[in-house]
Design a protein around this ligand. Structure first.
Ligand code: NAD
Length: 261
């Protein structure tokens, strides 16, 4: 018996990193999974799952692409119980003082369009289907940056605080029909989160940061450098019926950053 037997999920940004680990975990727990992914090679990499995963190439910041992913998932698997979102872009700790004035508004637009508006578009597109299934839920990806300063620059931190707002307000709006929760991963190895194009950072990726493993171990009370698969069970739990009484909550999967003191 899997925790997600008979469930259908749509994972947005599921081709790499934490989203990819969640696709793996959802399938292992019995779910059938649609994936919306912008990178065609990463989407193609999911084809090894055969008929348990339905990849769709598209951009989660576009309404039509979200609708296409929902339609493809429902056509393949007959409905939708779970939406989980992972799309993100990073500011590589850029401080306000370092952002040229002419780049500030484009940078805000890019980070909020990607990290916040895409989550709303995905939810809006999935909602008619989620409302048809009892016990349906949404799980958003927050970050330790949604709680504390310093693990991103002001744009990224503000965008992740905004995702907390989505969790709380949508949990309120959608109860009792759809549960809405979040997972807040800490710094994670083995992902390729990209930088903001508006700040000239699109060539940078977290995968290229040197000595990241040692740095993550040093600054977490549990002395762990977490990998995408370390967060996946939190998403499985929140998506499952075992969390049927849980909404408006964010699980911290971060090595204990909140008790660092
Ligand atoms: N890596 C970390 O240390 C870390 C820590 C805390 C939170 N997070 C958050 O976790 C989430 C996943 O990050 P990751 O590190 O696994 O990144 P990742 O880049 O490895 O994975 C993100 C995936 O989303 C896809 N994607 C990006 N923009 C898209 C779009 N507009 N439409 C469709 N697909 C798109 C990418 O191609 C990629 O496959 C992000 O929201 C990030 O902010 C990451």
């Amino acid at each position: 018996m899997g925790w997600l037997d008979d469930k259908v999920a749509l994972v947005v940004g599921g081709g790499s990193g934490i989203g990819r680990a969640v696709v793996d975990a959802f399938v292992a727990e019995g779910a059938r999974v649609g994936v919306l992914e912008r990178d065609p090679d990463r989407a193609a990499g999911l084809e090894s799952y055969g008929d348990r995963v339905c990849p769709v190439v598209g951009d989660a910041t576009r309404w039509e692409d979200n609708v296409r992913a929902v339609v493809a998932t429902v056509t393949a698997f007959g409905g939708l119980d779970v939406l989980a979102t992972f799309v993100g872009v990073f500011d590589f700790y850029t401080r306000l003082e370092e952002i040229p004035p002419e780049r500030l508004l484009p940078a805000c637009e890019e980070v909020f369009r990607t990290n916040v508006a895409s989550y709303l578009l995905s939810t809006k597109a999935a909602l008619p289907q989620l409302l048809r299934r009892p016990g349906s839920s949404v799980v958003f990806t927050v970050s330790t940056s949604g709680f504390y300063p310093g693990r991103g620059g002001v744009l990224y931190v503000a965008s992740k605080f905004a995702v907390r707002g989505l969790v709380v307000q949508l949990a309120h709006e959608l109860a009792p029909r759809v549960r809405v929760n979040g997972v807040a991963p800490g710094g994670t190895l083995g992902t390729s989160l990209r930088g903001l194009a508006a700040l000239g950072l699109s060539g940078r990726s977290l995968a290229d940061v040197p000595d990241r493993e040692e740095e993550l171990q040093r600054r977490t009370p549990l002395r762990v450098a977490l990998r995408p698969e370390d967060h996946a069970a939190a998403y499985v739990y929140l998506a499952s019926d075992r969390a049927r009484g849980v909404t408006g909550t964010i699980l911290h999967s971060d090595g204990g950053v909140g008790v660092r003191g």
